[in-house]
Design a protein around this ligand. Structure first.
Ligand code: KIV
Ligand code: ZN
Length: 521
């Protein structure tokens, strides 16, 4: 009988910490619902102390989502743990996930403490968490660069203190598969109370070995894997959920282990994460890349026609890849739209259906064929536009051409007043951005990143712009999609500007703590 490995999804916490991947409240709820359909065992919904927004999202997910355990992250500090408990306690199965750095560099440089002092903090944190919540996980941050005997002592002590799961993170993506195997094996052989807990692994992909390392840990006896959809996460990202799950499913002979994941929901979840975060999945990405199941070479196609198994180790339908390409058009009714959206994981309350349908028709009338990817964008736009605005985009217009200096005209509205400005630039987007900059008058506003991509195929694809801006030591990301890339670019820039201004307002009202509360993980 294969072991069942617990899948702990941290897309909403570690994944969302990737620069530029931030999701708003409704996007997080949307994704949490889909993660429940994917049947992950644990959803790490956020880091409640890091911001009031994170707290609210974790709490909303804990209140609504049924099925998976809902975890929140907390440093091994009383204020973090208590705040985390406030956020997760409405869940049917709440979990507090507390952590502290255990490697030399964390112990000595980051905390200026001794190993014994850090061990005591870990134990105190776990005890406090256990006094509040039945399900407590402890992580020894930077475990893979931690002195092995000390790691053993920490693991033993936190199990003794009540941790039901003990996680061994490779925080900086430094480990190799055999080192990971030996570390987990060492813990199983040297921690006397190890059978009272589940050993977990959490790998980052800095050297491209996160999935291999996670699987090595499973082979050595780990019972939980922490991962993210599409492998998103800080720096090079986290171990990818879909790769781990499909490796266990496809190579059961090697691991004698499987998961509870409903693999047919993998594609839908991957696309949702890509749309909600704006992180494009590379075409050759294992399992979910556009080419993962495409066979171009004639010799492969010939083999496939005779027997699929010649070149195919997994069936596309097992990961939810169906043949259907275009689904809806201008004549599609509300019923058809709702049922397609439900298949894509969106639950639409009746009172919102009319508005979503109108948005759909606006795209369908211009585009004729509406693909699933377009529907994801329509849904994201509906949630973004429901967010409060400081500046509203009334109109954008450009004049450009090979023999012309590009010119942009922008009309913005704030508190009922409209302001119009015209500007020139190196290109039409530059001209529009310059005009917006002149209107919003935010001194030192800097563009850190700008990209635009076609979301679906063909000439009439929706274009999605992603913009990262910096101002007064803060960063914000804005995204928008439209059939017109200039409009998408202007709206994305304005979304980022609005989010900076709203944060500033909240700070002035004392609703947001000063300084970045998120520790570097
Ligand atoms: O990478 C890391 O160490 C983490 C821990 C908080 C689990 O994300
Ligand atoms: Zn991490």
């Amino acid at each position: 009988m294969p072991r069942t490995i617990t899948i702990f999804d941290t897309t909403l916490r570690d994944g969302e910490q990737a620069p530029g991947a931030s999701m708003d409240h409704s996007a997080k709820l949307q994704l949490a619902r889909q993660l429940a359909r994917l049947n992950v065992d644990v959803i790490e919904a956020g880091f409640p102390i890091s911001s009031p927004e994170d707290f609210e999202s974790v709490r909303a997910i804990a209140e609504e989502i049924e099925g998976p355990s809902i975890a929140g992250l907390a440093r091994a500090l009383p204020k973090d743990i208590e705040r985390c408990w406030e956020a997760v306690k409405p869940a049917a199965k709440p979990r507090i996930h507390t952590f502290i750095g255990t490697s030399k560099v964390h112990v000595e440089k980051r905390f200026g403490k001794t190993e014994d002092e850090v061990l005591q903090m870990a134990v105190d944190g776990v005890r406090l968490a256990c006094s509040l919540c039945d399900d407590v996980e402890f992580s020894a941050e930077d475990a893979m660069r931690t002195r092995l005997e000390y790691l053993r002592d920490v693991v033993e002590a936190v199990i003794e203190a009540g941790a039901k799961t003990v996680n061994i993170p490779d925080t900086v993506g430094y480990a190799t598969p055999w080192q990971m195997y030996e570390t987990i094996q060492y813990l199983f052989e040297n921690v006397p109370n190890i059978d009272e807990t589940v050993i977990s692994v959490h790998c980052h992909d800095d050297l491209g070995m996160s999935v291999a390392n996670s699987l090595a840990a499973v082979r050595a006896g780990a019972g939980q894997v922490e991962c993210t959809v599409n492998g998103i996460g800080e720096r090079a990202g986290n171990a990818s959920l879909e790769e781990i799950v499909m490796a266990l499913r496809t190579r059961g002979d090697e691991f004698d282990a499987d998961t509870n994941i409903n693999t047919r929901e993998i594609m839908t979840t991957s696309r949702m994460v890509s749309t909600l975060t704006g992180f494009v999945v590379q075409p050759n990405k294992a399992i979910v890349g556009a080419n993962a199941f495409a066979h171009e070479a004639g010799i492969h196609q010939h083999g496939m026609i005779q027997d699929r198994q010649t070149y195919e180790i997994m069936r596309p339908e097992d990961v939810g890849l169906t043949e259907s390409v275009f689904t809806l058009g201008p004549r599609s009714g509300k019923h058809g739209l709702r049922s397609r959206l439900e298949k894509l994981g969106y639950v639409i309350p009746d009172e919102e259906m009319e508005e979503i349908y109108e948005r759909f028709l606006a795209v369908a009338d211009r585009k004729k064929r509406v693909y699933d990817e377009d529907l994801h964008v329509i849904m994201r736009q509906a949630s973004t536009e429901a967010m409060p605005e400081v500046w509203h985009l009334e109109r954008v217009q450009v004049t450009t051409g090979t023999a012309l200096e590009p010119m942009g005209l922008v009309v913005l509205r704030r508190n009922g007043d409209t302001v119009t400005t015209v500007s020139h630039g190196n290109g039409p987007v530059d001209a529009v951005y310059d005009a917006i900059g002149k209107i919003v008058e935010m001194d030192g506003l800097e563009m850190a990143d700008y990209s635009v991509r076609g979301i679906t195929r063909g000439q009439d694809a929706l274009g999605e712009a992603t913009v990262r801006v910096r101002w007064q030591g803060e960063e914000a990301v804005g995204q928008a999609a439209s059939l017109d890339v200039i409009e998408a670019s202007a709206q994305a820039f304005l979304n980022a500007v609005n989010s900076l201004l709203l944060r500033q307002r909240a700070r002035e009202r004392g609703e947001v703590e000063e300084g970045p509360a998120r520790p570097v993980l």
